[in-house]
Design a protein around this ligand. Structure first.
Ligand code: 9MR
Ligand code: 9MR
Length: 620
């Protein structure tokens, strides 16, 4: 065991009753009338009881559609042991292609019996295609080259709408989503311009305004913010290497900084980076250079609570090694990627990253406790070797300095043959991020070592492809991986596949990344598009304190491009416990605002969605 302490995504231990009831489910499946029917109107069923299971012989597709030059596969739920004929029809009802299914059989994650349809060789384009198998017809979908451009913009713009400390403008977000600035020291808010520490942690107050709200709550957590901003900035850096930086350039997103000459995705990232740096303990104070783990309300607020109406006291929680290293990694990346656009900001990031690194080395074992979850999430992490590796990799890629190189090469996360895990990386498990940085950003590692690092990314991608190949829905997640935020884990694994494509240019990795989007957009056990506004049967009641239409009709639903946490066999909220008992792992999801353990939104889940959408939107 090279790495006895390899972390796994939080929540994994809750995923116990995995196969309970899976077989029963096949017999018991029944969907509310219309929920999965091809004629169900888009987004027109406000809070109808959501389907907890797919219709017995549903045809599940990516409800947004397919790329002309990408894989085009669908899953049919059928107990038939013989292949079934399928027919692809265009919007006029004419047959565009036909063939027979491949029988896949029992699928552990969904508890269903599956057939596969592969119409990848079809070359036509258009809208309103449907797939019919055994008398069942899929939701309509498109086949077109610019399929992902809208999702790229919407998934990125999610972050603007999560901004704290700035008004959300109707001209950018739409009238329904406009709101005053939250947590800017204006009553009834009690933050975030002079926030004290929880008792015993510090004797001063800090200005920690700005940043993004984490999720449906209004907490701001450095480990999760660091990961999410890293993924957005990494998405830009990857697009730039691929020759597609312009697609994320200035005036491409709905952000207030459009027109300032700086790529919009970097403007968005800076909003979070400035906040992360405010969370760093200043010189002269105890533990200077470390980052406070989080800032949030003293007690949980109810739903809905508009950000500007949150009257709870805000508190800084004790600094942690993990938060300090996430800051170091994100700020080191900032120093490199922002340098061509804003040298002064890049220099500030580098200074912050160096101080964070030094503080983490001086305080290598200050954990954030799992018990600290009143009024905000814990984001606990007791193993930080992986965070040291990720931060060292970023600092080395940016500076080339020997001390960071030595920290990289002496890390057990570097010497181990594999640090990727089947369930994907997370805010708690960041070792793979170090590998991805070193594999893709030019650096001075010896050629043989670089080749080994790159090969480890590719072999991780191969392992994910083999997981997909064994499943009815081609999900890059094993059947025991449906934890809180499983869609984030799925999407993160999709980004590993995309990086392998960049490294090798082999089509199968691109296909895997695109099929990851198929899963998120409807080709799954529930025929559920988990992304608001994308698909005939899309999530719309995600858990959020402002986008809380289900509880208050004067408030909006989440904006288009917001992804739900996804199926979670742990059933860790009262709604899931009441409505989903006995669910097969991949079917443990309900589009109800009360189900925060399956249906919350979060910055660390939207970030890989945006990353993947940007990848998929690139052509040529
Ligand atoms: O709304 C909170 C959500 O953001 C968190 O992910 C979740 C778990 O930490 O907690 C939610 O808040 C609930 C709290 O845990 C218990 N009381 C009811 C709160 C609102 O549903
Ligand atoms: O994404 C987090 C998940 O891995 C944990 O299992 C869960 C419970 O600790 O918390 C999730 O994060 C939530 C955070 O604690 C509070 N803000 C909302 C986050 C998404 O639900």
């Amino acid at each position: 065991m090279p790495l006895p302490l390899l972390p796994r995504p939080r929540g994994a231990r809750a995923a116990t009753a995995l196969f309970t009831g899976a077989l029963l489910l096949i017999a018991a499946q029944s969907a509310p009338a219309g929920a999965d029917s091809p004629t169900a109107p888009a987004a027109a069923t406000p809070s109808a009881a959501p389907s907890a299971s797919a219709a017995p012989s549903a045809v599940q597709v990516n409800q947004l559609g397919y790329l002309p030059d990408g894989p085009k596969r669908a899953t049919v739920v059928s107990a038939s042991t013989a292949a079934l004929p399928w027919r692809l029809r265009d919007a006029a009802g004419r047959t565009a292609a036909s063939g027979t299914t491949t029988v896949r059989g029992a699928d552990a994650a969904s508890g269903q019996s599956a057939h596969l349809v592969d119409f990848s060789s079809y070359q036509g384009t258009g809208t309103g295609y449907t797939l019919t198998v055994d008398g069942r017809t899929s939701h309509p979908f498109d086949i077109r080259a610019n399929l992902y451009e809208g999702l790229r913009a919407d998934a990125m713009s999610f972050f603007y709408q999560q901004r704290s400390g700035i008004p959300i403008e109707a001209s950018l977000a739409g009238a329904a989503y406009a709101r005053p600035a939250g947590h800017l020291g204006v009553a009834p808010n009690r933050g975030d311009t002079a926030v004290p520490c929880v008792s015993g942690v510090c004797d001063y107050a800090r200005d920690v305004r700005g940043g993004w709200y984490d999720a449906g709550d209004q907490g701001k957590y450095v480990v999760n913010g660091g990961l999410a901003v890293w993924q957005l900035v990494n998405s830009f850096e990857r697009a730039k290497r691929a020759g597609h930086a312009a697609a994320l350039g200035d005036s491409t997103l709905r952000v207030p900084e459009r027109g300032n000459g700086i790529p919009d995705v970097l403007d968005e990232g800076r909003w979070e980076l400035e906040f992360l740096m405010r969370m760093q303990i200043p010189a002269g104070k105890p533990r200077a250079g470390m980052a406070f783990h989080k800032v949030h309300d003293a007690a949980w607020t109810g739903l809905p609570t508009r950000p500007e109406q949150d009257a709870e006291p805000r508190e800084l929680h004790a600094p942690s090694t993990a938060a300090t290293l996430n800051l170091a990694a994100a700020a080191a990346q900032c120093a490199r990627v922002y340098a061509p656009y804003d040298a002064a900001f890049a220099a500030r990031c580098l200074d912050s990253a160096r101080r964070a690194w030094a503080a983490a080395r001086a305080n290598p074992d200050v954990p954030a406790p799992a018990s600290d979850s009143t009024g905000g999430g814990a984001y606990d992490d007791s193993e930080v070797g992986d965070e040291f590796y990720w931060a060292a990799a970023e600092l080395y890629a940016t500076t080339g300095e020997a001390r960071y190189r030595d920290a990289v090469t002496s890390s057990p996360y570097h010497t181990a043959s594999d640090v990727f895990t089947p369930n994907g990386f997370s805010w708690q498990g960041t070792g793979p991020l170090g590998r991805i940085v070193l594999a893709t950003v030019p650096n001075g590692l010896p050629a043989a070592d670089l080749a080994r690092v790159r090969a480890s990314v590719v072999s991780a991608a191969d392992a994910r492809l083999s997981t997909m190949a064994g499943q009815g829905y081609a999900v890059p997640l094993p059947a025991d991986g449906y934890v809180w935020g499983s869609n984030g884990q799925v999407a993160n694994n999709g980004t590993v596949l995309a990086v392998a494509y960049e490294l090798t240019k082999q089509r199968r990795y691109r296909a895997g990344a695109l099929e990851t989007l198929d899963y998120l957009l409807g080709r799954n056990a529930l025929g559920q598009s988990y992304v608001t506004g994308y698909g005939e049967h899309a999530s719309q009641n995600q858990h959020h304190r402002f986008w809380a239409h289900q509880y208050d009709a004067s408030l909006p639903n989440p904006p288009a491009g917001s992804i739900a946490g996804g199926a979670n066999s742990g059933l860790q909220d009262p709604v899931a416990q009441e409505k989903l008992p006995g669910c097969a792992p991949a079917a443990c999801y309900i589009d109800d605002i009360g189900s925060y353990s399956t249906n919350e939104v979060a910055i660390n889940w939207n970030a890989p969605l945006a990353w993947l959408a940007a990848f998929a939107a690139e052509r040529g």
